[in-house]
Design a protein around this ligand. Structure first.
Ligand code: S3P
Length: 177
Protein backbone atom coordinates (compact mmCIF):
# COMPACT_ATOMS: atom_id res chain seq x y z
CA UNK A 1 0.00 0.00 0.00
CA UNK A 2 1.37 3.41 -0.89
CA UNK A 3 2.11 5.58 2.14
CA UNK A 4 -0.11 8.39 0.81
CA UNK A 5 -3.17 6.16 0.46
CA UNK A 6 -3.64 6.33 4.24
CA UNK A 7 -4.61 9.96 4.19
CA UNK A 8 -8.20 10.33 3.18
CA UNK A 9 -9.48 12.90 5.65
CA UNK A 10 -8.37 15.78 7.82
CA UNK A 11 -10.08 15.27 11.19
CA UNK A 12 -10.44 18.34 13.36
CA UNK A 13 -10.77 17.31 16.98
CA UNK A 14 -11.12 19.19 20.24
CA UNK A 15 -13.53 20.31 22.91
CA UNK A 16 -16.87 22.01 22.25
CA UNK A 17 -16.13 25.60 21.26
CA UNK A 18 -12.78 24.79 19.64
CA UNK A 19 -14.02 26.08 16.27
CA UNK A 20 -13.95 22.74 14.46
CA UNK A 21 -16.89 23.62 12.23
CA UNK A 22 -15.85 27.20 11.53
CA UNK A 23 -12.20 26.40 10.86
CA UNK A 24 -13.09 23.19 9.03
CA UNK A 25 -15.30 25.01 6.56
CA UNK A 26 -12.55 27.47 5.79
CA UNK A 27 -9.91 24.77 5.49
CA UNK A 28 -12.06 22.74 3.13
CA UNK A 29 -12.57 25.75 0.87
CA UNK A 30 -8.88 26.55 0.81
CA UNK A 31 -7.91 22.94 0.07
CA UNK A 32 -10.83 22.43 -2.33
CA UNK A 33 -12.11 19.49 -0.37
CA UNK A 34 -15.57 18.55 0.79
CA UNK A 35 -16.47 19.58 4.34
CA UNK A 36 -18.45 17.32 6.64
CA UNK A 37 -19.50 17.70 10.26
CA UNK A 38 -20.32 14.49 12.14
CA UNK A 39 -23.07 16.21 14.18
CA UNK A 40 -24.71 17.44 10.97
CA UNK A 41 -24.59 13.97 9.43
CA UNK A 42 -26.25 12.60 12.56
CA UNK A 43 -28.99 15.24 12.73
CA UNK A 44 -29.87 14.81 9.09
CA UNK A 45 -29.73 11.00 9.23
CA UNK A 46 -32.09 10.87 12.23
CA UNK A 47 -33.97 14.02 11.34
CA UNK A 48 -33.73 15.27 14.90
CA UNK A 49 -31.49 17.40 17.07
CA UNK A 50 -28.46 16.18 19.03
CA UNK A 51 -30.35 17.18 22.16
CA UNK A 52 -33.30 14.93 21.27
CA UNK A 53 -30.93 12.07 20.50
CA UNK A 54 -29.30 12.46 23.91
CA UNK A 55 -32.78 12.54 25.48
CA UNK A 56 -34.00 9.48 23.58
CA UNK A 57 -30.92 7.31 23.26
CA UNK A 58 -28.81 8.53 26.18
CA UNK A 59 -25.18 9.52 25.80
CA UNK A 60 -24.17 5.89 25.29
CA UNK A 61 -26.57 5.53 22.35
CA UNK A 62 -25.32 8.79 20.87
CA UNK A 63 -21.72 7.56 21.07
CA UNK A 64 -22.66 4.42 19.15
CA UNK A 65 -24.29 6.53 16.46
CA UNK A 66 -21.15 8.70 16.27
CA UNK A 67 -19.06 5.59 15.83
CA UNK A 68 -21.25 4.29 13.00
CA UNK A 69 -21.02 7.66 11.22
CA UNK A 70 -17.23 7.59 11.45
CA UNK A 71 -17.11 4.00 10.24
CA UNK A 72 -19.34 4.90 7.28
CA UNK A 73 -17.13 7.82 6.23
CA UNK A 74 -14.12 5.54 6.26
CA UNK A 75 -15.79 2.61 4.52
CA UNK A 76 -17.03 4.90 1.74
CA UNK A 77 -13.50 6.25 1.28
CA UNK A 78 -14.75 9.78 1.82
CA UNK A 79 -12.06 12.39 1.22
CA UNK A 80 -12.93 15.47 3.24
CA UNK A 81 -12.24 17.85 6.04
CA UNK A 82 -14.20 16.41 8.97
CA UNK A 83 -15.33 18.40 12.01
CA UNK A 84 -15.87 15.78 14.70
CA UNK A 85 -18.15 16.04 17.73
CA UNK A 86 -16.10 16.92 20.81
CA UNK A 87 -16.48 13.47 22.38
CA UNK A 88 -15.96 11.38 19.24
CA UNK A 89 -12.16 10.96 19.48
CA UNK A 90 -12.28 10.19 23.21
CA UNK A 91 -11.95 6.45 23.03
CA UNK A 92 -9.03 4.44 21.73
CA UNK A 93 -11.03 2.77 19.00
CA UNK A 94 -12.38 5.87 17.24
CA UNK A 95 -9.08 7.64 17.62
CA UNK A 96 -7.17 4.74 16.09
CA UNK A 97 -9.62 4.63 13.15
CA UNK A 98 -9.12 8.32 12.44
CA UNK A 99 -5.36 8.20 12.80
CA UNK A 100 -5.18 5.31 10.37
CA UNK A 101 -7.40 7.03 7.84
CA UNK A 102 -6.17 10.61 7.94
CA UNK A 103 -4.52 13.52 9.65
CA UNK A 104 -5.88 14.29 13.09
CA UNK A 105 -5.58 17.91 14.21
CA UNK A 106 -6.23 18.93 17.82
CA UNK A 107 -7.44 22.52 18.12
CA UNK A 108 -6.19 23.34 21.60
CA UNK A 109 -7.68 26.41 23.31
CA UNK A 110 -7.50 27.57 26.92
CA UNK A 111 -10.41 26.56 29.14
CA UNK A 112 -11.55 30.17 29.61
CA UNK A 113 -11.81 30.69 25.84
CA UNK A 114 -13.85 27.52 25.43
CA UNK A 115 -16.17 28.46 28.28
CA UNK A 116 -16.71 31.96 26.89
CA UNK A 117 -17.61 30.54 23.50
CA UNK A 118 -20.09 27.96 24.74
CA UNK A 119 -21.63 29.47 27.85
CA UNK A 120 -24.73 30.84 26.09
CA UNK A 121 -25.25 27.78 23.92
CA UNK A 122 -28.59 26.05 24.31
CA UNK A 123 -28.19 23.28 21.72
CA UNK A 124 -25.44 21.21 23.28
CA UNK A 125 -26.93 18.80 25.83
CA UNK A 126 -23.74 18.51 27.89
CA UNK A 127 -23.57 22.29 28.27
CA UNK A 128 -27.24 22.58 29.19
CA UNK A 129 -26.70 19.98 31.88
CA UNK A 130 -23.83 21.98 33.40
CA UNK A 131 -24.89 25.60 32.97
CA UNK A 132 -24.48 26.29 36.68
CA UNK A 133 -20.98 24.84 37.05
CA UNK A 134 -19.69 25.25 33.51
CA UNK A 135 -16.10 26.21 34.31
CA UNK A 136 -15.78 23.30 36.72
CA UNK A 137 -17.36 20.89 34.23
CA UNK A 138 -15.18 21.97 31.30
CA UNK A 139 -12.04 21.82 33.45
CA UNK A 140 -12.82 18.29 34.63
CA UNK A 141 -14.03 16.96 31.28
CA UNK A 142 -11.15 18.48 29.33
CA UNK A 143 -8.69 16.85 31.73
CA UNK A 144 -10.30 13.49 31.00
CA UNK A 145 -10.32 14.09 27.26
CA UNK A 146 -6.94 15.73 26.85
CA UNK A 147 -4.95 12.45 26.77
CA UNK A 148 -6.99 11.42 23.70
CA UNK A 149 -6.88 14.81 21.99
CA UNK A 150 -3.14 15.04 22.52
CA UNK A 151 -2.57 11.84 20.57
CA UNK A 152 -3.53 13.78 17.42
CA UNK A 153 -1.00 13.93 14.64
CA UNK A 154 -0.92 17.74 14.96
CA UNK A 155 -1.52 19.64 18.19
CA UNK A 156 -2.10 23.33 17.46
CA UNK A 157 -2.43 25.83 20.28
CA UNK A 158 -4.82 28.74 19.67
CA UNK A 159 -4.66 28.09 15.92
CA UNK A 160 -5.52 30.62 13.27
CA UNK A 161 -6.81 29.37 9.94
CA UNK A 162 -3.35 30.06 8.49
CA UNK A 163 -1.67 27.98 11.22
CA UNK A 164 -3.80 25.00 10.30
CA UNK A 165 -3.22 25.47 6.58
CA UNK A 166 0.54 25.73 7.09
CA UNK A 167 0.58 22.59 9.22
CA UNK A 168 -1.42 20.66 6.62
CA UNK A 169 0.71 21.94 3.77
CA UNK A 170 3.69 20.42 5.54
CA UNK A 171 2.01 17.05 4.92
CA UNK A 172 2.38 16.61 1.14
CA UNK A 173 1.33 12.94 1.47
CA UNK A 174 -2.17 14.25 1.92
CA UNK A 175 -2.28 17.03 -0.61
CA UNK A 176 -0.55 15.34 -3.53
CA UNK A 177 -3.06 12.61 -4.07
C1 S3P B 1 -20.27 16.77 22.33
C2 S3P B 1 -19.97 17.75 21.43
C3 S3P B 1 -20.92 18.23 20.44
C4 S3P B 1 -21.95 17.14 20.11
C5 S3P B 1 -22.58 16.63 21.36
C6 S3P B 1 -21.56 16.04 22.34
C7 S3P B 1 -19.23 16.37 23.32
O1 S3P B 1 -20.25 18.60 19.24
O2 S3P B 1 -21.34 16.07 19.42
O3 S3P B 1 -23.31 17.67 21.93
O4 S3P B 1 -19.37 15.30 23.94
O5 S3P B 1 -18.25 17.11 23.47
P1 S3P B 1 -19.31 19.92 19.14
O6 S3P B 1 -17.97 19.57 19.70
O7 S3P B 1 -19.26 20.18 17.67
O8 S3P B 1 -19.99 21.00 19.89
Amino acid sequence: MRESSKYNCIYLIGFMGAGKTFLGNYLAQELQLEFVDTDEIITSRFNCSIKSLFDNEGEEGFRQIEYSVLKDLITKGKRAVVATGGGLPCNDYNLALMKKNGITVFLDWPIETLVNRIKYDSHRPLINAHKMDLLEYVTKELNLRRPFYEKACLVLKNPTTEDILDAIRDRPQFLNR
